[in-house]
Design a protein. Structure first.
Length: 399
């Protein structure tokens, strides 16, 4: 079957969107002459707008002008006028399911909420959802997407080069400006107050990205642990930069309050100050990322950043950082993965999945990757085995 126009739908979160990029590349490889459109949330469009595997990025303002049911109906009506040959839904929520069901495409395939599937040509289960039985949640979300496409469309080639994000030119320029400003301000501060031991130099240090926030409390490592890691890295000759969105500001402030080196010129704060696209540009200039299970973790992976992460509530097999260089730490708690936003346990058992991942063990992984890649910026590193199927599974360390 050949298609002239294909619409792919995913209007969810940062990680969900980046995890469909191998599917976009696979579609482009198998249908080189088709016009491929991607529909996503307006707030996240810069993550995929420049993706070389799509011809256009369509947006829906799901938290603004198209939030109401009436606005959604009008939006679907406009899509119907496009007469797509094929629509592929890559997220099983009500909005995506409704758009797929009623968009008027010749073929409508993918994931569907109950009640919408009868309007699809063919539905498939997404075996990487929070409600997937543990015994079935054994494949990464990327793999689930690719296998669904292969089964639904009879694809001959799976073209999986890992997560991909092309940074828009304006965002790249802003990232370069901010980075240079950081370097200059650091050099000025060091020159003004050199260390008493005489070992301080004005040469830029490798920067470790800290992403300590997450949408769920149960995905966050302990803030005192992050503070200890930051202190050790600064004392060891590295710089640290805290990232995250506006909602992460109080989390970062709490962590900083517990650091000995919070006033160091090598401690930088970008939290709540930059867009997602600029964030990606800054990540690409870092040597490593120490992160929670979160959307920015997947942005880091897309920018070739070596990652060390700690998993609590989320199922590891389905959402680990999609990069063979990454190191993931977890504990064998019987309640893992719980999928709960706030831990209901009390006392020593509260957040035990995170408390039992010690600083010393995480720092072993950090130093291993820093030594292996010599503290180089991520954008200077080659992408390892990007064209080899199955090469993107991270190393999972169960404590």
């Amino acid at each position: 079957m050949t298609y002239q126009s294909i619409l792919v739908i995913n209007t969810m979160h940062i990680g969900d969107l980046l995890l469909i990029t191998p599917a976009l590349r696979t579609l482009r490889t198998n249908f080189p002459d088709a016009k491929i459109s991607l529909l996503t949330d307006l707030a996240l469009a810069d993550l995929v707008r420049e993706n070389p595997c799509i011809d256009e990025c369509l947006t829906i303002d799901k938290h603004g002008r198209e939030k109401s049911l009436g606005a959604l109906v009008r939006f679907i009506r406009r899509l119907r006028s496009r007469h797509f040959d094929l629509v592929i839904n890559l997220h099983r929520n009500e909005r995506c399911s409704a758009i797929t069901a009623f968009c008027g495409a010749r073929e409508r395939i993918g994931y569907a909420q109950p009640g919408f599937g009868i309007f699809y040509t063919k539905t498939y289960p997404n075996l990487a959802m929070d409600d997937t039985p543990k015994e079935l949640a054994t494949k990464h979300q990327v793999t689930v997407h690719l296998e669904m496409l292969q089964q639904a469309l009879g694809l001959k080639t799976i073209d999986d080069r890992g997560l991909e994000m092309t940074i828009p030119a304006a965002a790249e320029q802003e990232a370069a400006r901010l980075w240079q400003q950081m370097v200059e301000e650091t050099a000025h501060a060091v020159a003004k107050n050199p260390r008493a031991d005489g070992h301080e130099t004005s040469a830029p240090r490798p920067v470790i990205a800290f992403n300590i926030g997450a949408s769920w409390a149960t995905k966050r490592w302990i803030d005192t642990y992050f503070a200890a890691c930051a202190d050790q890295l600064i004392e060891g000759g590295y710089a640290v930069a805290f990232f995250g969105g506006p909602t992460d500001v109080p989390i970062v402030e709490k962590c900083l309050a517990q650091m000995k080196e919070k006033q160091s010129p090598h401690c930088h704060i970008f939290t709540g100050k930059v867009s997602l696209a600029v964030l990606a540009g800054l990540f690409a200039r870092c040597a490593l990322m120490l992160t929670t299970d979160s959307g920015p973790m997947h942005i880091g992976v897309s920018q070739n950043v070596p990652v060390v992460t700690m998993f609590g509530a989320s199922p590891v097999p389905t959402f680990y950082p999609y990069d063979a260089r990454a190191i993931l730490y977890k504990t064998p708690e019987p309640c893992h993965p719980c999928g709960i936003h706030d831990c209901p346990k009390q006392g020593a058992d509260h957040m035990a999945c995170m408390k039992k991942i010690p600083v010393q063990k995480v720092m072993e992984g950090v130093h291993e990757l820093l030594e292996k890649y010599k503290g180089q910026a991520a954008r200077e590193l080659p992408r390892e085995n990007a064209d080899v199927k199955g090469s993107h599974r991270c190393r999972i360390v169960e404590l």
